[in-house]
Design a protein around this ligand. Structure first.
Ligand code: PAF
Length: 304
């Protein structure tokens, strides 16, 4: 029986992937909210195609454009951090007062905005599946990774219990109280992998296979340590980053893909936040601002 209305905001790879997975147990009545009316029409008429290896699965779907968003039990926001401005003002409307909000963005820059929201149940989280959108309603699933939900404000037991029924080997997920840790762990990974691979135009694996690139990656990591003081956890943090590089060695990072597709990148959400933290803590960092300018410059050139 479908007893919860859930809206997934964002018709990108992540939004569509979550839709296909959460549809499977018929526990949720789902709607995918996309930026354009055209995409909503196409998804509603044709459904979503999910490729995995040489398998292709079809999922029927209900989609609407974001401006048609309506009262719902849970809203899972998968928009990139820079696109949150499309949804945040809507969330102040009375009809969303009791909605549980879930924000799945890379970086930490959005927390200040989320803090101001009136809702009493809010989660922030990270998704580490390798998923790429190849067409309006077609996505490729290239790698399994955990989905971590951090409890930012309040707890929605009904939502957590429903979600935990999906927790399995191919779709691991967890709810954690330390939301800062959830986001920071992913921030360190994205900070080391994404801008460097995007600038060098290499797959993730090159950051450990090529000695020079490895040294560059390690220099970024040293600056992260300067800002976030890993102390006795230092080795462990580096090891977790290397593990992700190994697990995604054949993938192109999302930032490299964004640059190649002439799209905005998440550089502000990732490095913008780290640079503000460095500034607050009076830490002198060089590589991160240098890379920030490199990626922002490429992004600007591509978007002109
Ligand atoms: O943004 C990405 O590309 C991914 O989060 C990760 C884990 C760095 C793998 O490419």
């Amino acid at each position: 029986m479908m007893d919860m209305n859930v809206g997934i905001v964002g018709g990108g790879a992540m939004g569509q992937f979550l839709y296909t997975q959460l549809q499977q147990k018929h526990l949720f009545c789902l709607t995918l909210y996309t930026r354009t009316k055209e995409q909503a029409n196409q998804v509603s008429q044709q459904g979503i195609y999910l490729y995995n290896g040489n398998q292709r699965k079809h999922y029927s779907a209900i989609a609407e454009s974001i401006d048609k968003i309506k009262q719902t039990d849970v809203l899972i926001v998968t928009l990139k951090q820079y696109a949150l401005k499309k949804i945040l003002p809507i969330l102040y409307c009375q009809e969303f007062q009791n909605t549980t909000l879930v924000f799945l963005q890379n970086g930490m820059g959005h927390l200040e905005e989320i803090e101001k929201l009136p809702q009493s149940k809010i989660y922030v989280g990270t998704v580490s599946h390798g998923v790429t959108k190849v067409h309006t309603n077609e996505i490729i699933h290239k790698g399994i990774g955990p989905i971590l939900f951090g409890r930012f404000r309040g707890i929605d037991n009904n939502f957590e219990n429903h979600m935990l029924t999906f927790n399995q080997e191919k779709f691991p997920l967890q709810f954690l109280s330390d939301f800062q840790k959830v986001l920071l762990d992913k921030l360190y990974i994205n900070a080391v992998i994404n801008p460097l691979t995007a600038l060098l135009n290499v797959k993730n694996g090159a950051l450990i296979q090529n000695e020079n690139f490895r040294e560059m990656a390690h220099s970024i990591f040293e600056e992260l340590d300067l800002v976030f003081s890993f102390q006795e956890k230092k080795e462990e943090v580096w090891h977790s980053i290397v593990q992700v590089i190994q697990a995604t060695a054949h993938n192109e990072s999302s930032m490299l893909q964004d640059l190649k597709n002439n799209k905005l990148t998440e550089i502000d959400g990732i490095y913008g936040y780290i640079m503000r933290e460095a500034n607050k803590k009076k830490k002198d960092i060089r590589y991160i601002p240098f890379l920030y300018n490199a990626i922002s410059g490429l992004e600007r050139r591509n978007l002109q």
